[in-house]
Design a protein around this ligand. Sequence first.
Ligand SMILES: Nc1ncnc2c1ncn2[C@@H]1O[C@H](COP(=O)(O)OP(=O)(O)OP(=O)(O)O)[C@@H](O)[C@H]1O
Length: 196
Amino acid sequence: MEIKNYSVTFDNRQLSKNLNVSFSTHKMNIIMGANGAGKSTLLDFIAGVGPKGAVGEKVGIPPYQKIAYQLQQVHFFPTLTVAQTIDFYSKLSNRSDSKSYENEKSVRNSLLSPIWHTKMGQLSGGERQIVLTYGQCLLDKEVYIFDEPTSGVDETNAPLVLSMINDLVVNDHKIVIMTSHHSEQLKQFNLNLIAL
Ligand SMILES: Nc1ncnc2c1ncn2[C@@H]1O[C@H](COP(=O)(O)OP(=O)(O)OP(=O)(O)O)[C@@H](O)[C@H]1O
């Protein structure tokens, strides 16, 4: 999977010019770069949701229906409980429960179970992030894109969340692309680092 000759300009400001990126099928793809470097914008392009005015060739990138994309700003229904939110994701998925892995079970049992009946609107920012990342991992897609999935998640919980995401690559052979500002959290994983 590749992006070739990707360029984007906003208000006469050239953000990216003729960028070429190859994505690994057997390592997590991590896009790193300074604030405003264009990481989220590139994710939007890969996911097929924008940005206007971006050009580039997509090679081997599936249509948007086969892509799970978690935006940086977490979106949720504040009056649904965690249980109802996860049920919502499960209903969007064709995945069978038998494909549940240890890290996913650990997130559910240790992180989600204490807040299972709490409304999404009552959770902390980090808790919401964990619930929605867990939900994304339940979907049955070819490509999973996460924009800073550990933003707001504490140092103890972040490795578990990242291990759950890494399982998508290692166990399910899916393509994972994410942005991160936390290289130290990712050291233990097999990575394809993409610097913007
Ligand atoms: N629709 C738009 N119109 C004008 N400028 C935009 C638009 N979308 C993004 N930008 C600008 O492009 C730059 C890159 O934005 P982007 O969100 O991709 O950065 P980022 O690398 O993800 O940053 P961060 O690490 O802070 O999340 C920013 O300066 C942003 O203001």
